[in-house]
Design a protein around this ligand. Structure first.
Ligand code: S3P
Length: 446
């Protein structure tokens, strides 16, 4: 058992109440840094997530030649100013810590810019598959060196040509790596997705003036989404207001849904339909969730989300929903433990190659807290009468979402729940513990 001395314990204290904002969306924050660094002029971005993952992407953009500054003089939180420049070979290896998104997207962008660079990450990131981006990039002409399909990786400057690529997995990271490379390729790149994944890269490329089109391709699979991007166009700086991250809001919403009597408002959350599968599923389980004041911010749909505690029932979560809630399955599995009946999640094999093998980590964590659960190659099943014993010590395997999920479990279980290491939470949700305490949660060192 890994014990890092950074463990936490969460205990039941009653209902949660209050009015909070989730931190900035991680996906949009990474993309703001990267597209800003590729564009002419100064991109001004507010609401940026200042978690470790995004800060490392910002540092990589500086090392590649962009000007990236954090201006704290503004009245409404920090403003990030990013100014593109011709990219240069960095003088040291680019280090992405825990972040698959940062690393994969920057490898794509660097290939497109024709720079030579080396890439690395922590023990978790070094275990994640990189061939899924290297293969299409190599088909475009990129010269990529991997270590048995993984990090450390290197790329050598090489000219790129457009490709026509049918993606074998629905992955926004793979799609985005190819699109960012395609910006610097000769010709028009076309990508077909097996199922729609988050489209922030496409939306933001359009806002920066790229020549991008989204269509539907018939053919064998019929109705698949096709994205075309012309290479060689210049990007122009823009303003970006980053909304709150629905994947972070999910932990707050889950805690309110399982703690009886709770009433919580989460302000300013991104509700792009390719990200809201978790909230849809919670509603099907019987949760009281209302999207209030729906509006559009920087080309993305945004709302305030109100959640009230209620009794929940198990549901079947269809495989087609997986891409729209891919990061939310660990917290959904915890919610399912408080729902009466069986919750079956299908088509979730991708969870085995996230920051940890999330199916294994979640199954072990549930079992150590007395919850009946089973998993297969690409499914997870939770059986419960709605009551959770708790009392377990959960191994988090360097995974922020596993850590937060089981702290949430402790807030409504009969006995406190402990996690071995909370340090990774800062990769995506630096103020998580303080925010949950503000709502009335009891979280303390173990
Ligand atoms: C992300 C895409 C998802 C998600 C990750 C962020 C992105 O990964 O798990 O946290 O910003 O593109 P995949 O696209 O590989 O499923």
């Amino acid at each position: 058992m890994a014990v890092h001395g950074r463990g936490l314990k969460a205990a039941r204290r009653g209902a949660l109440a209050g009015d909070v904002s989730a931190p900035g969306d991680k996906s949009i924050s990474h993309r703001a840094m990267i597209l800003g660094a590729l564009a002419r002029g100064e991109t001004v971005a507010t609401g940026i997530l200042e978690g470790h993952d995004v800060i490392r992407t910002a540092a990589a953009m500086r090392a590649l030649g962009a000007r990236v500054e954090r201006d704290i003089a503004a009245a409404h939180g920090p403003v990030w100013r990013i100014e593109g420049a011709p990219w240069r070979a960095p003088d040291r290896r680019l280090y992405f810590g825990n972040s698959g998104t940062g690393c994969r997207l920057v490898i794509g962008a660097a290939a497109g810019r024709g720079v030579t660079a080396a890439f690395d990450g922590d023990q978790s990131l070094r275990a994640r598959p990189m061939t899924r981006i290297a293969a299409p990039l190599e088909a475009m002409g990129a010269r990529i060196g991997l270590s048995q399909g993984k990090l450390p990786a290197s790329i050598e400057a090489a000219p790129l040509r457009a490709i026509d690529f049918e993606m074998p997995v629905a992955s926004a990271q793979v799609k985005s790596a190819i699109l960012l490379a395609a910006l610097g390729a000769k010709g028009t790149t076309r990508i077909v997705e097996p199922a729609p994944s988050r489209d922030h890269t496409e939306r933001m490329l359009a806002a920066f003036g790229a020549d991008i089109a989204i269509g539907v391709r018939g053919g064998v699979r019929g109705g698949a989404r096709e994205i075309s991007l012309a290479g060689g166009a210049d990007l122009t700086a823009t303003r970006i207001e980053t909304p709150g991250d629905p994947s972070s809001a999910a932990f707050i919403a889950a805690a309110a849904a399982i703690a009886p009597g709770s009433d919580v408002l989460i302000r300013n959350v991104l509700v792009n339909p390719l990200r809201t599968g978790f909230f849809e599923t919670l509603k099907e389980m019987g949760a009281h969730i209302v999207f209030e004041k729906a509006r559009e911010v920087s080309g993305e749909p945004v709302a305030d989300i109100r959640v009230r505690g209620s009794s929940l029932k198990g549901v079947d979560v269809p495989a087609q929903r997986a891409a729209s809630m891919i990061d939310e399955y660990p917290i959904l599995a915890v919610v399912a433990a408080f729902a009466a009946g069986r919750t079956r999640m299908s088509g979730v094999g991708e969870l085995r190659v996230k920051e940890s093998d999330r199916l294994a980590a979640v199954e072990a964590g549930l079992k150590s807290n007395g919850v009946k659960c089973e998993s297969g190659a690409d499914w997870l099943c939770v059986d419960s009468d709605g009551d959770v014993r708790g009392g377990g010590l959960v191994e988090t395997h360097l995974d922020h979402r596993v850590a937060m999920s089981f702290l949430v479990m402790g807030l409504a279980a009969d006995k406190p729940v402990e996690i071995d290491d909370a340090s990774m939470i800062a990769t995506s949700f630096p103020g998580f513990v303080a925010l949950m305490r503000e709502l009335g949660a009891e979280i303390s060192p173990r």
